[in-house]
Design a protein around this ligand. Structure first.
Ligand SMILES: NC(=O)c1ccc[n+]([C@@H]2O[C@H](COP(=O)([O-])OP(=O)(O)OC[C@H]3O[C@@H](n4cnc5c(N)ncnc54)[C@H](O)[C@@H]3O)[C@@H](O)[C@H]2O)c1
Length: 372
């Protein structure tokens, strides 16, 4: 992947700690803060949340002292000399926070999904390019050794020419009745929340080829139903199920489905078909971007149809989230490039955007990613 940070603007940090600010102190910010606390070369100096008092209570609960608090990302970025921010806001404010930070010369760890729309992602990428700063997107499943194994197999040539991929996963019933279920805050539902993980699993493995067209479908029968979602139905206005057929450059098709709720345990395993072999990746019951069990590799051996089980890889010490944060800190400190680059995840976002557009129009649409 192209390293977008011009070498003359790369800076390193030594002789002091890396200064981090947290934007948005809700659920996932806890995991960020706990991971930063494990980095002796980092200090969390500031936090902001638009809900008065929330950031203060959050830092107290997480036992972080000496933090300065702000009513939104803007004041915090203007008043502090930050090396980096973790953007842990809901999806709808990802773009504005990331652009503001980059325009003020601050490196960014942005939670997934990248943004809500492709247009927003393009604007963030342009701000990143102009700033020469690091922008990494929070896909911690990437750090998993099983994910690395999938990529290794796909790129080894064992499968031959890859031509068909089925991916996705999901839950029989688990609707996150938080800020995730309203367009105003989340922008999109399951397709963005967990769909982005299944897309990253397979597209990351095959080098993120360009998407060309998509025919997408979304629905929200369960989330909006008082019978199936009594606690959240009145607020629910995003998707809880999505399916799509996506054409990719290189004559590859991608068959995608994702669910927060349905009358089925899983919409299927991930399957990668090539001219010389195939890979089956078991789905998990509660899809969160991880591999659900030993994978199977299918190939003909000596003219016979054979299959081989690939044992699950060992978990990495300290967990995936720590490594997601640590890799960002390392890049900031050493002037490295983004661990999960926007040049890849913009493709992920373009597909999500295409699925939503196609579902609204009820027909196939083209996917065009503008020049950054
Ligand atoms: N990587 C993962 O495993 C993972 C897991 C859960 C959630 N997430 C992602 O993290 C993001 C946040 O999820 P959450 O569950 O923590 O949501 P949340 O609603 O609990 O927290 C978001 C917080 O951001 C604040 N906020 C919004 N705009 C702001 C702004 N401009 N400045 C300061 N604060 C602002 C809100 O007031 C809220 O407190 C989502 O995009 C979600 O997809 C990632």
């Amino acid at each position: 992947m192209e390293d977008k940070v011009p070498s003359e603007t790369k800076q390193t940090i030594s002789g002091r700690k890396v200064r981090i600010g947290i934007i948005g102190t809700g659920g996932i910010a806890e995991a960020h803060v706990q991971a930063y606390k494990k980095c002796p070369d980092v200090e969390i100096v500031a936090a902001s949340d638009i809900i008065p008092g929330k950031a203060e209570a959050f830092m107290k609960r997480n036992e972080v002292e000496g933090v300065r608090f702000y009513p939104s990302h803007k004041e915090m970025i203007e008043c502090e000399e930050l090396d980096g921010v973790s953007i842990c806001t809901y999806n709808a404010t990802h773009a504005e926070c990331a652009i503001y930070a980059l325009e003020h010369g601050v490196n960014v760890m942005l939670e997934k999904p990248f943004t809500v729309t492709l247009d927003e992602a393009v604007e963030v990428c342009r701000a990143e390019k102009k700033s020469g700063k690091i922008l990494t997107i929070g896909f911690q499943p990437r750090m998993d050794n099983n994910m690395k194994m999938i990529k290794k197999i796909c790129q080894s040539g064992e499968l031959g020419k890859i031509y068909y991929i089925q991916t996705g996963g999901g839950r029989r019933r688990f609707i996150p009745n938080s800020t995730f279920i309203e367009k105003r805050t989340a922008g999109v539902g399951a397709v963005g929340d967990i769909g982005c993980y299944s897309l990253d699993m397979v597209l990351g493995a095959i080098g993120y080829p360009k998407p060309l067209t998509v025919s997408g479908y979304t629905s929200g029968y369960f989330g909006a139903s008082p019978k199936y979602n009594p606690a959240g139905a009145a607020r629910f206005n995003v998707d809880d199920f999505s399916a799509a057929f996506i054409r990719l450059e290189g004559d590859i098709v991608l068959d995608f489905r994702i669910s927060w709720a349905m009358h089925l345990d899983t919409p299927g395993d991930t399957v990668i078909l090539g001219t010389e072999g195939a890979l089956r990746i078991p789905s998990t019951e509660c899809w969160n971007g991880t591999v659900g069990g030993p994978m199977k590799l299918y190939r003909d051996i000596a003219g016979e149809q054979a299959e081989m089980e690939i044992p699950l890889c060992a978990k990495i010490p300290e967990g995936l989230f720590y490594h997601k944060i640590r890799s960002f800190v390392n890049a900031v400190k050493n002037g490295g490039s983004a661990p999960v680059p926007s040049s890849e995840i913009i493709i992920n976002q373009a597909i999500i955007d295409g699925i939503v557009r196609s579902a609204e129009l009820g027909k196939e649409v083209d996917i065009v990613i503008p020049e950054i």
